[in-house]
Design a protein around this ligand. Structure first.
Ligand code: ATP
Length: 459
């Protein structure tokens, strides 16, 4: 393989705004001509990453190179990139032609050349007949085409697109997605595209970069990301998934939903807790028979346009299943999954772990609070301890004042028979909680930890 220099190379970049870390040690390499999509939920740092590449913001740490040249501190207009924003930011007092020509005129490009380039750019976005129209008289989709023409008329090496289709209605968005993909092919330049819409990312990209909380979770092709998510976050974010707690019994054998299954994964060890991911379309559903690996009762069946989506209660586990045929709620059904379609993921953690300090024999400080705790031998006051708390022993409270500390629910994962929550404490450290209670993203909560839930391990 050729050792081509990446067109964009982001090396160990972090960005802080005051106390807030928007990007945490991010590294990413983009090949020339690639269509790369940065995908993640609101607030994960994707716009910040794009703005660092554009030069609208400067990294707190790390280096950004474009075509091998260090541009970490280069101002935006000296970088070979152009940005298309969600809000088209067109000049309302200029017509389509003059909007597209604006940058070229500023650069004092000769008039004849301006004309040729503007016409070519408008042709590229399918707006040839609109040159003298007021931009206000255009639809959202047409305005975005003009905004794209205005960006590509500068012949950038890289086009940065920040949720460019977010303001359009669904039909227009789908049409524009196809057009963008075509445009990318025809232009042959590198596209870096930001979206929170996983379907858009899967449709458009050569490579998807999944982000969460300022960190890259996975980089891969759409099929890699969909079929082989590296963790429960990615699996949950990319499409509908059943994500369950399981135990890897040994190579090629896993236990979940209270039964043993054959799978294809190896190398996890024996009796190791894992996350098991099964896509709803990989669960076969049929009238209950001997073939069934799991049996259950259909709870709901919703028509989704092409297929039906059903929830099936198997013992205490609720699984989502997709099929072209509907099974009515109340029907007893069998489920089957092929070994190849059972995806096993290493658990990132099996319990909460905090850094703690003993106050005295019965109290320990962690997460910025003092908690009563069991007595631990061999640790003096002031001594450092590792504090472990099982996920299902953390208590969340409606009333913030009732907790030892407070926080905000950030991420909710349904695991078939309970919810696994990530709660960002106001101490700025995550607390992970297993609960049967239903919480919403963004809920403010009190956090309590009973003394007998605290395990202390001397350092
Ligand atoms: P969205 O899709 O909602 O735009 P995003 O993934 O693009 O989200 P960013 O806009 O990059 O996220 O923001 C990442 C984090 O950094 C957020 O918590 C945000 O509040 C914070 N942030 C971004 N810009 C600033 C700023 N100028 N000052 C302070 N905090 C900021």
């Amino acid at each position: 393989m050729s050792q081509e220099i990446p067109i964009i190379e982001i090396s160990r970049v972090s960005k802080r705004f005051g106390d807030k870390t928007a990007l945490d040690d991010v590294s990413l390499s983009v090949r020339k001509g690639e269509f790369v999509t940065i995908l993640g939920p609101s607030g994960c740092g994707k716009t910040t990453l794009l703005r660092l590449v554009a030069g609208f913001q400067t990294a707190s740490e790390g280096v950004i190179r474009i075509s091998g040249e260090d541009v970490t501190r280069t101002p935006p207009h000296k970088r070979p990139v152009n940005t298309v924003f969600q809000k088209y930011a067109l000049f309302p007092h200029l017509n389509v032609y003059d909007n597209v020509a604006f940058g070229l005129k500023l650069k004092k490009v000769p008039k004849r050349e301006v004309e040729t380039r503007v016409k070519a750019a408008l042709k590229m976005v399918g707006m040839t007949d609109y040159e003298y129209r007021d931009v206000d008289s255009l639809s959202g989709g047409q305005q975005q085409r003009v905004a794209i023409a205005r960006a590509i008329v500068n012949e950038p090496e890289v086009l940065l697109l920040d949720e460019p289709l977010a303001a359009l209605d669904l039909k227009m968005r789908k049409d524009m997605q196809m057009e963008l993909k075509e445009m990318h092919k025809r232009l042959g330049i590198t596209f870096v595209y930001v979206t929170h819409d996983q379907e858009e990312a899967l449709t458009l990209s050569d490579t998807i970069v999944v982000m969460s909380e300022g960190r890259i979770q996975q980089i891969g092709t759409p099929t890699d990301i969909y079929n082989e998510p590296v963790n429960a976050f990615v699996a949950d974010f990319i499409g509908e998934s059943n994500i369950l707690n399981g135990t890897m019994l040994r190579d090629k054998a896993v236990r979940f939903c209270d039964r043993d299954f054959e799978c294809v994964d190896e190398g996890f060890g024996e009796n190791v807790p894992v996350d098991v991911v099964i896509r709803p379309e990989d669960l076969y559903i049929f009238p209950l028979s001997d073939m069934a690996q799991l049996s259950g009762v259909v709870q709901t069946a919703i028509f989704k346009g092409v297929h039906y989506e059903m929830t099936v209660l198997c013992g205490r586990y609720e699984l989502v299943v997709q099929d072209y045929h509907a099974f009515e709620p109340g029907t007893r059904v069998g489920l089957l999954v092929k070994p190849f379609d059972i995806h096993i993921m290493k658990k990132e953690r099996v319990c909460n772990v905090f850094e703690g300090r003993m106050i005295d024999g019965g109290r320990v400080e962690f997460l910025g609070c003092v908690f009563p705790c069991p007595h631990v031998e061999g640790v003096e006051a002031g001594g450092e301890v590792r504090v472990e708390v099982d996920f299902d022993r953390v208590i969340l409270l409606d009333n913030e004042e009732d907790g030892a500390l407070t926080g905000e629910v950030r991420f909710i994962l349904y695991k078939g028979d309970h919810y696994h929550l990530t709660v960002l404490s106001d101490w700025d450290e995550d607390v992970f909680v297993d609960t049967d209670d239903v919480w919403d993203d963004g809920d403010r909560v009190g956090i309590a930890i009973p003394p007998d839930a605290i395990r202390l391990i001397p350092r």
